[in-house]
Design a protein around this ligand. Sequence first.
Ligand SMILES: [Zn+2]
Length: 83
Amino acid sequence: MTIADANQISDRIVAAVHNDDDIEDILDALVVVFTFFVSTLDCPHCRKQAIRALKLSLAGMLTRANAAAARRVAPGERAQTCH
Ligand SMILES: [Zn+2]
């Protein structure tokens, strides 16, 4: 699996999501999908490694998500917060 392979699959997943789907529902669904595919790994060590890899990616995920969100905010506008 290459990054290009992963990007092609993620593009197909994003294309399957509808614009009017609730973002929290989408995030919950992605967790369900991740869990399902981890469960399809035959080896328990590989399942554990997949979960460990997800944990390790979380800090970088927040950094990339914040950067992507900042790019969507128009210059001079403040990012919207709900808390
Ligand atoms: Zn294994």
